[in-house]
Design a binder for this molecule. Structure first.
Ligand code: AHR
Length: 530
């Protein structure tokens, strides 16, 4: 993606006028929100027609050696004054544990195709320092395989490792897997033991490169399909470990890539990835601000987010031609918002603030993934801490939880539950010439029989009154949480860390089998129905 897709005022009175105008328009917006008639929608939840199990890995995350994600965001070192466990900061790990993260992708991203695993093992003071050629700065390699696996253990997450194709070899990849997973007395297994890890680790997911159509090697799909087959041959299962092999997939609407990979290599893979980022403007050289946006940019962000539905449908249709039984998973292993660099921040660090708009984007995407549970077997938001659409932002010893963090916390009830189809009829939310559905939803039933319903109201001005029918079950109890705020760009900062967080949801009426929901404008709601 990197290569192809990125490429004093005159008078204080003018400033004053602008300020007055923007305050005016903000209050007009708030007034509108209070007085505008709610949208009327209907929702039927078909509990008698359960679908596929929602793979818990749809709630996966991604941590790349980029900006302040690994170093500072997760790793501070054992001697840091920031409280830590074996070098991993306690506050961040503690907060992440609450999300029940099922799977964590590492070490990149573009970085994966320049990463040589031997740099990151052994005594830390002996590890080489290397330039991070993708994102700038020097990587001390203090965080390597052992530190990553320790993080996975602390989080209770499965490891998803991306191997180096762009500047590596099949041998290097094969030996990394042996080092991590072999219980034999081979030299590499012994080396792991010398480095402090007696038992082999389980590595359930391993990818053959990243974005090999771009930063991973600028390959043509035909060339990569052959490379994939070659490298995948050397991904071996040692000592009872069983690896799911993942191939680099397409981005956005690059359907030709999916066509070639599926026709040439499907039988050698367990999953094929898809990358799609939401840019408010769809323009890589001027993406839009993370925090300073008007309703037009709120709307265009949601228009672009909803393209995920189209991409999944079309890539899945191609996959169906070659894999009707849906054995190969579509792994959306990079998704999220991507905004312009904030003034004063490092070019390569990809740090961005996170607002209510990001929460709405996250809710929409997670609902889309749930609804495609048959084919989508994994998704990894980019990225975990301090980079792009992050869960957590840090500033040295300080930490703040983002609105996106709370969406993942609210939605975790869907992990491993069975998809329940929903039929939603909602008016459009229109602006200028474009329109999106004003409401987006998904539902599931967990193993204890509880129904979970997640609803996003995309319209920043109108509540949604939803007449809801729970078809096939009787509901006696409703409870839930809502995430919303009065401003579209509400955010948590180090000064006001609790400005936006979920509260208990009371906007429902249950009369017999009739459930009426009043979902506030610009909000994310998750309900439990029993
Ligand atoms: O997430 C940031 C970058 O976006 C990743 O390194 C790369 O895979 C994609 O281009």
């Amino acid at each position: 993606m990197l290569n192809r897709r990125r490429i004093v005022s005159t008078a204080s009175s003018v400033l004053c006028m602008m300020l007055t105008l923007s305050l005016l328009s903000a209050s007009v917006l708030r007034a509108q929100a209070q007085t505008a008639e709610p949208n009327k929608a209907t929702l039927v939840v078909r509990t008698g027609q359960p679908g596929a199990v929602i793979n818990k890995n749809i709630y996966g995350h991604f941590a790349e050696h980029l900006g302040r994600l690994i170093y500072e965001g997760l790793w501070v070192g054992e001697n840091s004054s920031i409280p830590n466990t074996r070098g991993l900061r306690n506050d961040v790990v503690g907060a992440l544990k609450e999300l029940h993260i099922p799977v964590l992708r590492w070490p990149g991203g573009c970085f994966a195709d320049e990463y040589h695993w031997r740099d990151g093992i052994g005594p830390r003071d002996k590890r080489p320092k290397r330039p991070n050629a993708s994102w700038g700065g020097i990587d001390t390699n203090a965080f390597g395989t052992h530190e990553f696996m320790d993080l996975c253990d602390l989080l209770g997450a499965d490891a998803y490792i991306t191997g180096n194709v762009g500047s590596g070899t099949p041998q290097e990849m094969m030996e990394w897997i042996e080092y991590m997973t072999s219980d034999s007395d081979s030299t590499l297994a012994q080396l792991r033991r010398q480095n402090g890890r007696e038992k082999p680790w389980k590595i359930p997911y391993f990818a053959v490169g990243n974005e090999t159509w771009g930063c991973g090697g600028e390959m043509r799909p035909e060339y990569y399909a052959d490379e994939y087959r070659r490298y995948a041959t050397f991904i071996k299962n040692f000592s009872g470990n069983h690896i799911q092999k993942l191939a680099v997939g397409s981005h956005d609407d690059y359907y030709q890539w999916t066509e070639v990979l599926m026709s040439q290599a499907a039988r050698y893979m367990n999953g094929l990835s898809l990358h799609y980022y939401t840019l408010p403007t769809n323009n890589w050289s001027k993406k839009g601000s993370a925090t300073q946006f008007d309703e037009k940019e709120w709307h265009s962000t949601l228009v672009r987010t909803l393209r995920m539905e189209e991409f999944i449908q079309k890539h899945s249709a191609i996959m169906d031609k070659y894999d009707a039984k849906k054995r190969v998973g579509l792994m959306v292993d990079e998704w999220g918002t991507w905004y312009d660099r904030e003034p004063g921040r490092d070019m390569g660090a990809l740090f961005q603030q996170n607002t209510l708009r990001d929460a709405v984007v996250a809710g929409i995407n997670l609902n889309i993934f749930n609804n495609h549970a048959e084919r989508v077997q994994m998704a990894n938001i980019a990225q975990m801490v301090n980079v792009l659409q992050a869960m957590i932002l840090t500033d040295k010893e300080k930490m703040v939880l983002t609105p996106t963090y709370y969406v993942f916390k609210m939605f975790k009830v869907h992990q491993g539950a069975t998809l329940i189809p929903v039929e939603l009829n909602a008016p459009e939310y229109k602006l200028d010439q474009a329109a999106v559905p004003s409401v987006n939803a998904s539902a599931s039933r967990d193993q204890e029989g509880k129904l979970h319903l997640s609803i996003v109201n995309l319209d920043p001005n109108r509540a949604a009154d939803i007449t809801t029918t729970i078809d096939g079950s009787s509901v006696k109890n409703v409870s839930g949480e809502v995430l919303t705020a009065s401003a579209m760009n509400a955010m948590n900062t180090f000064e006001r860390p609790d400005a936006i967080k979920p509260t208990s949801f009371s906007g429902f009426k249950l009369q017999g089998s009739q459930l009426t929901l009043s979902i506030p404008a610009k909000s994310v709601v998750v309900l439990e129905l029993r």
